[in-house]
Design a protein around this ligand. Structure first.
Ligand SMILES: [Zn+2]
Length: 412
């Protein structure tokens, strides 16, 4: 089992730090302690000591040329039409908005997190980024307290194939909508009402679970409530319902650039330390021991080719943590699209979702890293998946009337 170290609050400012193997009970205790301060989130820092042991972690590095070669083996497509985020996908949509808001606020402070991904499990909002994860809470809090409506910015791009145009309008739109989600009770009620109706009609429902639609709706509504409650608290300075996951190792420096990607950081935690959360969510929400627990995941981008491969193996292999037949957690993304492989960074693979057997998990991670390092994508699950050439953002939503430039509410 992989060891974690916890760091409550930024270490530079001298906050207490626990080290060594951390039990779920210790995490809960730290969370409670943390809650008392009402200012610092629980910050999960993976143990770097494991990286010093040779062969402990699989990793790879590819240059731009190799990344392009891998990408060119896939079928290129232009940007798809806006899609509907319906049913459980509405949970993913809110998580995307959080990722955008965090990224945007960090960017305005001169930091490039590259990617931010989010999940929610048993009352805790999980957030990670490829880089600068220690600034996530501060960035999100800033975003929640900013009046985006006062800014005269474009809410929709004029050209969906223009990266800059898409980029700018999306950041502004997502941050505004996230603040609406937090501030407006009526918007929350409307989302829940629509989500229940859609799930009842079997729309936006994951079909790889052993749950009926009523059970799926119940889990999805609880996720939305948990996300909103965590954000409402954070807006007032209480980050006790948010858990930040640092990469296994992270350097944004050009020469020594290395990381594990955001979604893998969260998944690694859930696979190794999340058993208590899975049991707790079952107990708190009346989910039977044999029933799946849905774990949503979303970020600014669709999963890159590497993260997709990790998720594919975790979902489809025997002993994989997200294999629904294990009656454990079922990973839910609102898209099946897959982005490119990232060049120019040493990328470590978080292997603990790949198998409950640690030797097998490491072996599977090495196999994934090997395929990318060689630039031979033929055995990868993304090989036959189309690649949107302009960018890897998830497509926009066309499901809400709020997608249009919202009017300023009468009470603000
Ligand atoms: Zn990735």
């Amino acid at each position: 089992m992989y060891n974690y170290r916890q760091n409550i609050g930024p270490s530079q400012s001298g906050h207490s730090r626990l080290s060594g193997t951390t039990s779920p009970a210790q995490i809960r205790k730290a969370q409670q302690t943390n809650s008392a301060s009402e200012t610092q989130p629980l910050f999960i820092q993976n143990a770097s000591s494991s990286l010093t042991q040779k062969n402990e972690r699989a990793s790879y590095f590819i240059d731009k040329e190799t990344a392009n070669e891998i990408a060119e083996m896939r079928s290129p497509i232009s940007t798809p039409n806006a899609k509907k985020y319906q049913g459980v996908d509405r949970v993913n949509k809110e998580l995307r908005h959080i990722a955008s808001a965090v990224f945007t606020a960090a960017k305005s402070s001169g930091l490039n997190m590259v990617e931010v991904q989010c999940s929610v499990l048993d009352g805790t909002l999980h957030i990670s980024s490829n880089f600068h994860s220690d600034k996530i809470i501060q960035s999100l809090q800033e975003s929640l307290n900013k009046d985006y409506r006062a800014e005269e910015k474009s809410y929709r791009p004029a050209d969906f194939n223009d990266w800059e145009d898409v980029y700018d309008s999306r950041e502004h739109r997502h941050a505004t909508k996230l603040n609406d989600f937090v501030d407006s009770d009526s918007r929350m009620k409307s989302i829940v009402r629509n989500m229940r109706r859609e799930i009842r009609q079997d729309v936006g429902v994951p079909h790889n679970t052993n749950l009926n639609n009523e059970e799926i709706a119940s889990q999805a509504v609880n996720m939305l409530k948990d996300i909103r409650a965590a954000l409402v608290k954070l807006k007032d300075g209480d980050s006790s319902s948010i858990m930040i996951h640092a990469p296994l190792k992270s350097s944004a420096d050009e020469k020594t650039r290395e990381t594990t990607h955001a979604e893998q950081n969260i998944q690694e935690y859930i696979a190794t330390q999340g058993q208590q959360a899975l049991q707790s969510v079952r107990k708190n929400h009346g989910i039977e021991d044999t029933s799946n627990v849905i774990v949503p995941m979303a970020g600014r981008f669709v999963a890159c080719a590497t993260c997709n491969e990790v998720e594919h193996v975790a979902k489809s292999s025997e002993r994989g943590f997200f294999n629904p037949e294990s009656n454990q957690a079922v990973l839910h993304r609102a898209t099946s699209r897959v982005g490119r492989a990232f060049p120019g960074e040493r990328q470590y693979i978080a292997h603990n979702t790949l198998s409950s057997d640690s030797h097998e998990a490491i072996s599977r991670a090495k196999d994934i890293a090997h395929q990318f390092a060689l630039g031979k994508s033929g055995n990868l699950s993304s090989h036959h998946k189309e690649l949107v050439t302009p960018y890897s953002f998830d497509t926009d939503s066309d499901s809400d009337p709020e997608d249009k430039k919202p009017r300023r509410p009468a009470n603000s």
